[in-house]
Design a protein around this ligand. Structure first.
Ligand code: NAP
Length: 440
């Protein structure tokens, strides 16, 4: 039985950090929990990753706000670990240190032409339209008719859907003003969603795939010959269920044919692996290799073809970003850990622990499992008498860091909601304007 309050530090105020703060707050009553974030705003992926037209998914933020308002829990925003505080300083201050930093960096395609202009990673592109400070100034080139999106996950679908929606369809979203203006002016006619494996292996989910059938200016195109007759036996039951439901939707898209009254066609292209991006200084053409899939594996054919692509967005997953001192598995792009244990007193949870897989609620189960580990490890341990927030506050004050606390976030929130004028909110996207709003 733990007698004394433990000092807990959490790096990253996204879903995993909030879920674990909630779990530890309940299981270790009286403990002091500080949740740090490099941004002045909390909620990580919920604010900066979830698609702006999926407002229902963002409702979870209300639960996270309740966690942050509890006695003993503090939000400390605008603190960059590595710049404002070091990992070593945090380890010295807290009995338990959680690393829940998510995965922010784009994986690279590793093909020639990837560095041309008008080629973006989905992380960059999403940060732009969701107004993550530092990412809002991307100004992606959306000046051509054809956009190719590489990847068959939900992020690829989020991007394709936002490009396909009309301004009216985006009215109830919190898409940032700069992105609304750019998308409205974009002369896009063709959007390609490209999977290197077949439709059965796509990782996007059926609800997200079905949404394309409801978009007013979008016609969907699927080559029926790319759709298999049946589901492979070697798939797990869960994979089969997903594949069957996706196949059903793709069949309706294939049967629908071209809808002449629609200005944008979304092409679902399977078994096409990217091999090169061509263009003079900027992307113009995407070269793909035909593949087929055997036992879930991609088999190359050596036969290539190309599609016109004025803008290319790779939505092929993410890596976590390390900071000095943090044990890191560079090959996998995650925090080096064994089931969440990083080193004595330090734990990881969420995407930085297991890679960028799973929807927001999946991180709850992961955070609860790590909280259980912590309870095991600290079952017969007293606090080592670490100073926790007091030492950290002194360091931050000495360094002149402008902290945004939970009350500051509430002021930012109120300012953004007021600026939304009927829309859910108009986000503040510059650090300085966020800090000003927090101090209003
Ligand atoms: P994902 O689901 O892992 O999809 C990544 C895609 O990229 C896969 O189709 C993968 O193909 C492909 N890929 C990887 N490397 C490639 C390469 N070199 N060339 C071509 N294709 C490549 O990841 P995600 O879309 O980034 O999503 C991350 C997580 O967030 C997922 O769990 C997702 O469900 C979740 N999410 C959920 C929602 C929602 O619920 N609405 C929205 C956004 C994200 P292979 O399968 O062949 O490797």
């Amino acid at each position: 039985m733990i007698q004394k309050p433990l000092q807990v530090g959490i790096i990253g105020a996204g879903p995993s950090g909030c879920y674990i703060a909630d779990a530890l707050g309940r299981k270790l009553p009286g403990s002091h929990i500080d949740i740090f974030d490099r941004l002045p705003t909390p909620f990580g992926l919920v604010r900066g990753g979830v698609a702006p037209d999926h407002q229902g998914t963002k409702n979870i933020a209300r639960q996270f706000e309740r966690t942050m308002s509890k006695d003993g829990v503090r939000f400390l925003g605008n603190i960059d670990i590595g710049r404002d505080l070091s990992y070593e300083e945090l380890k010295s201050a807290y009995d338990i240190l959680l690393v829940t930093i998510g995965a922010m960096e784009d994986r690279r395609l590793g093909i020639p032409g990837e560095s041309l202009e008008a080629v973006y990673g989905s992380g960059q592109f999403v940060a732009w339209y969701n107004g993550i400070p530092g990412g809002q100034n991307l100004a992606p080139k959306l000046d051509g008719k054809s956009v190719a999106i590489i990847g068959n996950g939900n992020v690829a679908l989020d991007i394709a859907r936002l490009l396909g929606k009309t301004s009216a369809e985006l009215e109830s979203s919190d898409l940032c003003a700069h992105a609304r203006i750019a998308l409205e002016a974009a002369p896009i006619e063709d959007i390609w969603v490209i999977g290197r494996r077949g439709p059965l292996e796509a990782s996007f989910t059926t609800a997200e795939l079905s949404e394309f059938g409801d978009l007013t200016r979008v016609s969907t195109r699927v080559d029926p010959s790319q759709l298999p007759q049946g589901i492979a036996d070697e798939m797990s039951e869960a994979q089969k269920k997903l594949a069957e439901k996706n196949l059903e939707v793709l069949r309706t898209y294939a049967a629908r044919g071209e809808q002449d009254d629609r200005s944008i066609t979304v092409h679902f292209l399977f078994n096409a692996a990217p091999v090169e991006i061509r263009g003079e200084s900027r992307a113009q053409e995407l070269v793909l290799e035909k593949t087929h899939t055997k036992n879930g594996k991609t088999i190359s054919s050596g036969e290539t073809f190309s599609i016109p692509a004025d803008t290319i967005i790779s939505a092929i997953g993410y890596r976590s970003t390390s900071f000095p001192g943090l044990p890191f598995d560079s090959a996998r792009g995650i925090v080096a850990n064994t089931e969440g244990r990083v080193e004595p007193g330090v734990y990881a949870a969420g995407w930085c622990k297991r890679g960028p897989q799973g929807v927001v609620p999946a991180n709850r189960a992961d955070s609860l499992a790590v909280a259980e580990l912590i309870l095991q490890d600290f079952a017969d341990h007293q606090t080592q008498g670490k100073s926790g927030g007091a030492a950290i506050d002194a360091l931050l004050a000495k360094r002149g860091v402008r902290i945004v606390d939970f009350a500051g976030w509430q002021k930012i929130n109120a300012a953004e909601v007021a600026a939304g004028q009927g829309r859910p909110r108009e986000k503040l996207v510059e650090i300085e304007e966020l800090l000003t709003a927090a101090q209003a």
